[in-house]
Ligand binder design. Sequence first.
Ligand SMILES: Nc1ncnc2c1ncn2[C@@H]1O[C@H](COP(=O)(O)OP(=O)(O)O)[C@@H](O)[C@H]1O
Ligand SMILES: [Mg+2]
Length: 596
Amino acid sequence: MAPKHPLEQGGLPTGGPAKKAKLGNDEDVEMPDAEDEVPRTPGAGLFDPSVDPEALDPIPWLDEYEEFSTDPTTSTDPPFPTDYADVPDESDPAMTLEDIDYTDPNLPFDIPFVEHSKDESADQNSPIPGSSPPTVSGAARVISKIKSSVSWMSKSGQINPFDLKIYIPFYKESEPDKDMLLKKFKRVDNLDKETHGNAEQGWIGVNEALGEGGQGCARLFVKLDKEGKIVDRIAVKETYESAATWLSTGFWHEYREGKDPREAIIHRLLSLETEQKWERHIIDYRGHSINHKNKSHRTYMEYVDGGDLHKLFRAQNKKYTHINKHDGDGTPRRDTDGAEGVPEAFVWYFLRQMATAMHRMNNIPLRAYREYHVVHQDIKPANIFLGRCDPNEFPLYPIMKASRSCVYLADFGSARLTSELDNRNPRGYRGDARTPGYIAPEMSSAMQRRNSWTRLGSATNVWQIATTAVQMMRGNLPDVIEYNQKREPAHPTLGDLRSGNEYSNELVNLLAEMLHPDPDSRANCQDIMNAYVENREVWLEMADPNVARNFETSNLWLHWREGDGKWGIGTVFENPERSEDFRAREAKRLKRVADD
Ligand SMILES: Nc1ncnc2c1ncn2[C@@H]1O[C@H](COP(=O)(O)OP(=O)(O)O)[C@@H](O)[C@H]1O
Ligand SMILES: [Mg+2]
């Protein structure tokens, strides 16, 4: 196969107008002081590590992933993938990021929302045919009643003891037992019927969790044909909310209170197909459902098996520690000895893919969303997933999206759909989950007060992507910036960014532009694409399959390896652990029956 190169395919950038970050100011309003630079859970007040252990270490089971740390000089594994059978021959991305033409009458107006009702037995949003999601009509009304009473009470300033007697028990009772729900979800082995047994048909749960935190858990489910072969697979993320979050408007998509969580709709909007395939670096959304009783919601999505960047960094550099790990005295652990950054070509490849994903966030292909764009707010290594390699370009590096090996942006739990008219931006976003070290200047309350409440926008995404890139170059944590209302934040110096590693001036300069403290002065998605193309001599070798495959192990190697093909489409499903687990439970049950 003749190598397809992005430059041959997509052409050179025209430098045409790129959509700028949508930013604006609104009038200064006094707000109580709040420290934004602590992680929080959405809408649920201050972060509490006992409730959200994930914020301390998002991937407690990281050690299981030491297998990524294959030493390329001793490994017997092939250094690059050999089987490209399932990689579709897609055209390469264009390097010019033009905006969607919103005047095109063929552009759909809005997504069809599914109206749930008592008699409705199937959720059309769910990928599982015939499944019975919770019905919501009654519960939505209850929610709105409680909300209006609570808001009336707080407005009138009259909260009398009698009301409290009614509401406090309600709040308490309605607070779900997350541990119990999590345990239950981890035991679901047939998604259609939510059974806990040794399912052999339908959507079967694969034993281990993909990722787990205090707020929820992601699991892989596979669909089998009659012969027991895997024909489809989905990742299901189940998240548990507090009653306060469940009753807050901000948790739901606008005008869809009690029906569709914001996270799910944003994910759905970003997965919509565009002619330019910009969505290929966003994890594909396949459905969602909610459960009022448990205050839980699920997103069904594409499964990718290459891990996430956080795990990659660990593999790349044994000394890498997560930002939330602390020494005894509370200072973040920053052991940089022996830190090893990733190859420069990979950084460029990452930036190109993320520029596409960010551009997609500025271009929702529906006329109703013309004025809207998405601010992710929690871009960081653990939320960037890796897929298969694209054999046609960067054959040794993981890419992002759809059965190809790429980098995908995911986890829209903190994402906001915003516009110039959004009067909650930025003040209404302060309770959203964020990660220290990834707080852009305009996200901090100190800078918001200093700079007349500059809005969060596309430039905020750019800043977080650049911080992730700097982290991959250092092989270590980003700096936690102490923002001070009395002075402008410092623009990181080129020396800081390079931090002793051998990266080109061009890359470091681009990152400096992406990290400009003033969002209006930051590089935008097209600037990133332009720099990528202009600096092709740095990454060209690694992008050319004929050259890259001849590389002996060298410092161009990335300590990454493709998923092991387990649970691949077309393979016969085996879930021995579950069988054992099942047998143990069966034995217990039978014993109980016998004892009775
Ligand atoms: N679609 C998926 N494919 C593969 N792994 C996934 C998928 N979704 C989640 N994971 C794994 O689970 C972890 C947590 O998922 P995420 O969506 O980031 O949820 P959270 O809000 O709990 O951080 C991720 O870091 C990733 O390792
Ligand atoms: Mg996450």
